[in-house]
Design a binder for this molecule. Structure first.
Ligand SMILES: [Mn+2]
Length: 380
């Protein structure tokens, strides 16, 4: 059978004030086009369909249309909730989704059978898919345990919990059927894409790849935005996000993963690039250097290698109108040594403010003069 594995759409993402909605429409259209060309039997969306737990009506329309369009290619469609999704809300839509031929699993239920989805391809191959949506560590590691355990023990408990769940859910995996797993989690050794929220938590609650059984023919993961396979007892893959979600992910090649697998042969994977999103780029330089750069239509994060001064952001945005984030180069700020804290008592506000500015590498007489004028207006 053939699978199309995708994840981490993050529809509704607003990047530094810039909506990505038009890009998402184009990206998901391309994913649907790929599905039309590839004709997979099953499409798996491994979580983080939305960027937030309270998506806008626009975001909901884009996601539901994409799921329906994928279904219309003739594929079964299964989607699970990620940590960014509102699992309970996805579950609330289950009966509607089912009527449209789309299977949703929003949150972990106490009935194991609820997480086992079975099907048969047009060619007569049987498959079963264990669908485990994101399991919150707050839910998995009860508060009482958190107080009594060290961080390492709490992580172990989360990994144990996920391991026990997967062992229970996959205990019926046996021969003659294509055994599949989808989950939204971090596997130990996985490489972050760069833009995932709260990277610390993502790494702290990593589970070992040994939670997946040798009897699985393919494990379709979401959560890490970088396309990668993970060493494990069976084929374990992250499809990665189909577009760079945030700065730091510009080195990833966004794609979907097409998988050919049978009950008797090892899964063969192939990456199909998704190219419709606007690229993200990080550039560095002085305003003069930046003004000579050709950055095309990319959204930019700009690290300016100049001392901070009033109007610097505007100067950058004038030469690079697609700069969404403008910051002083962190390397430059680190070089600026913080002077000794000056004696405060008995000194004028203007002098204290000037000291503060120079301590931040921002000695700009225009700003001091403006402060002086505004302070004069409110102090009398
Ligand atoms: Mn995620």
């Amino acid at each position: 059978m053939k699978l199309l594995h995708t994840s981490d759409w993050h529809v509704g993402k607003v990047l530094k004030g810039q909506s990505r909605m038009a890009e998402h429409v184009a990206v998901l259209k391309q994913v649907v086009d790929i599905a039309r060309g590839e004709r997979p039997d099953l499409v798996i969306v491994a979580g983080d369909l939305f960027d937030t737990a309270a998506p806008t009506p626009d975001a909901k329309r884009v996601v539901t249309r994409a799921l329906s369009a994928l279904r219309r290619t003739g594929a079964e469609v299964v989607a699970i909730a990620g940590n960014h999704d509102n699992g309970a809300e996805l579950d609330a839509l289950r009966s509607w989704a089912e009527a449209a031929g789309v299977t949703l699993r929003g949150s972990v239920r106490d009935r194991a059978e609820d997480h086992l989805i079975t099907g048969r391809t047009a060619g007569g191959e049987d498959w079963r898919l264990v669908a485990l949506p994101f399991l919150s560590q707050r839910y998995a590691v009860r508060a009482t345990e958190m107080f009594a355990l060290s961080a390492a023990e709490a992580t172990q408990t989360y990994a144990d919990h996920v391991g026990r769940l997967l062992a229970r859910l996959t205990e019926g995996f046996d021969g003659g059927v294509v055994n599949l797993v989808t989950a939204h989690l971090t596997v130990v050794g996985g490489m972050l894409g760069g833009g995932e929220r709260d990277a610390h938590t993502i790494q702290a609650y990593a589970v070992p790849a040994t939670v997946f059984p040798t009897s699985a023919h393919y494990v379709a993961l979401g959560h890490l935005h970088r396309r990668q396979s993970v060493l494990g007892p069976c084929p374990v893959h992250y499809s990665g996000a189909p577009l760079a979600i945030d700065f730091g992910e510009e080195e990833n090649t966004p794609s979907v993963t097409v998988v050919e697998v049978t009950a008797a042969t090892a899964a063969k994977t192939r990456d199909v690039p998704v190219t419709s999103a606007t690229p993200l780029r990080t550039v560095r330089g002085t305003v003069a250097e930046l003004s000579t750069m050709d950055t095309g239509d990319a959204w930019l994060r700009v690290y300016v290698t100049e001392q901070p001064r009033a109007g610097l952001r505007e100067a950058v945005q004038e030469v690079l109108p697609r700069a969404l984030e403008v910051r002083i180069d962190p390397a430059l700020l680190a070089e600026t040594e913080a002077p000794q804290r000056a004696q405060r008592s008995g000194r004028a506000a203007r002098d204290l403010f000037a000291d503060y500015l120079s301590s931040r590498g921002h000695a700009d007489p225009d700003v001091v003069a403006l402060f002086d004028r505004l302070y004069g207006e409110v102090a009398h």
